[in-house]
Design a protein around this ligand. Structure first.
Ligand SMILES: [Zn+2]
Length: 74
């Protein structure tokens, strides 16, 4: 039985406004375009060229990006 590359589903999203890190579970097959910081309430949207807020502000890229780009170095 072969397993594909390990996909990380938990990310730490760091708010660019207040630097608050929040651990979040990333849904597979969904691209999240809005994320509200639980600390300061800022509504984050992806930066140009990024597919979702996790790719812009998370410490790992989203599951779909991981699948196309390969595993992220630890
Ligand atoms: Zn914030």
């Amino acid at each position: 039985m072969t397993m594909g590359p390990k996909i990380r589903l938990i990310t730490t999203v760091t708010c660019p406004v207040c630097d608050f890190p929040a651990q979040e579970a990333m849904p597979v097959g969904e691209s999240i375009q809005y994320y509200q910081c639980m600390e300061c309430g800022s509504l984050l949207t992806p930066e140009p060229g990024d597919c979702c807020v996790f790719c812009s502000y998370g410490d790992v890229r989203c599951p779909d990006a991981q699948r196309t780009e390969g595993p992220v170095p630890e």
